[in-house]
Write a protein that binds this ligand. Structure first.
Ligand SMILES: *Cc1c(COP(=O)(O)O)cnc(C)c1O
Length: 370
């Protein structure tokens, strides 16, 4: 800035929405911090550690040639590919810049200020943010002793003001998925004018045979919406594309609430190429699942009380020690994600990062027990 520029005023008198005071700030996973003589690993954001497939890179490079143009606002190609893949009508699909954006659209179409949104806690940290931004009220229902959704308690928390219920399965950050039977019983209980969103960001990593068939539930219940993303198993976190499957009225409203031209052509083309290459991507998912099982078994052998892990991450219920444990890992070049006073989420990524995590976790326990 040149010396003649006036200094901006220190404060602005602009009136902002009072609801903003109640909006928590999103804490992003920090970049990996270098430690002398060590490869640093960021295992704090549940990203896919594999680089993009050559076929996906090629689609993106090709799309880059026309980035002077707006993307296809209707996201037609990707929507058609998804409709075909999932066996749903195109009218039942809505896309957004990541499923977090679709989630914000879901709030925008269901909630007036003061309406209630029921979800489990602890769960995805974006939930309280999008709810508060919409001026709606969060009704957080504690997880049970196994760090699972307590669907009975969630059913009991539904009132006349409830407009939306969020079910995160597998649950970020704790790991377990809800069971099909309990979810069916829950859906039978929820009033039909309350939208139930099944957030399946980690669906592809699940291995338990009780994991619900969310698309079957959406077909049976006009108030069920399935939320999915290309950020995790598909490895496109940086391109921002996610989608919802919902009945026509809901999907139409979601498209109205979307940022115009939000999903870039790069993202659309990369997502289509990734659907085409899913066989290759699935091999990577299987590697990550095998790695998850290895980490889980190793941690349990050390005596950690780790809940079931159905995503690409494990949860260490460290309580008050969460932040100290994260610092302990940082010294080993591992950036994990602490939730102060609660626990630490560690993404399953490169085998070398898992080895180092097991080593750090083992030393931590040895230090505590001696
Ligand atoms: C990562 C994640 C998402 C997806 O986020 P994007 O905006 O699609 O990158 C959605 N829900 C949960 C629970 C997640 O952990």
């Amino acid at each position: 800035m040149s010396a003649e520029q006036p200094t901006p005023a220190a404060t602005s008198p602009v009136r902002l929405r009072t609801t903003l005071a109640g909006v928590p700030a999103y804490t992003p996973g920090r970049p990996a911090e270098p430690v002398e003589g060590m490869t640093a690993y960021k295992i704090s954001s549940n990203e896919n550690p594999y680089p993009p497939l050559p076929s996906v890179l090629e689609a993106v490079a090709d799309a880059a040639r026309s980035m002077n143009r707006y993307p296809d606002m209707g996201v037609t190609g990707l929507t058609a590919a998804l409709a075909d893949r999932l066996g749903v009508p195109v009218e039942h699909l809505a896309t957004g810049t990541g499923s977090v954006a679709v989630l914000a659209q879901l709030l925008a179409i269901t909630c007036e200020p003061g309406d209630e949104v029921v979800y489990a806690w602890r769960s995805f940290e974006a939930y309280p943010i999008v709810v508060a931004l919409a001026g709606a009220t969060s009704v957080q229902v504690p997880l049970d002793d196994g760090f699972r959704h307590d669907l009975d308690a969630m059913a009991a928390a539904i009132t006349d003001r409830t407009r939306l219920v969020l079910v995160c399965s597998p649950n970020n950050p704790t790991g377990p998925a809800v069971g099909e039977d309990e979810l069916r019983a829950f859906l039978a209980w929820v009033p039909s004018d309350v939208l139930v969103v099944l957030d399946e960001a980690y669906l592809e990593f699940t291995t338990e045979d009780t994991v619900p068939d969310a698309l079957a539930l959406y077909r049976e219940h006009p108030n069920v919406c399935v939320l999915r993303t290309f950020s995790k198993a598909y490895g496109l976190a940086g391109l921002r594309v996610g989608y919802a499957v919902a009945h026509q009225e809901v999907a139409t409203a979601l498209r109205k609430a979307a940022t115009p031209f939000g999903v870039t052509d790069l993202a659309q083309r990369a997502a289509i190429a990734s659907l085409d290459a899913y066989d290759e991507l699935e091999l990577r998912v299987k590697e990550l699942v095998a790695e998850r099982e290895r980490v889980l078994a190793g941690l349990r052998e050390q005596g950690w009380d780790v809940p079931d892990a159905q995503g690409n991450f494990v949860w260490l219920p460290l309580g008050e020690d969460a932040v100290a444990f994260a610092q302990h890992c940082q010294a080993d070049g591992l950036t994990v994600r602490p939730f102060a006073g609660d626990g630490v989420r560690c993404t399953v990524a490169e085998p070398e990062a898992s080895d180092r995590l097991l080593e750090a976790a083992g030393r931590w326990r040895a230090g505590r027990l001696s």
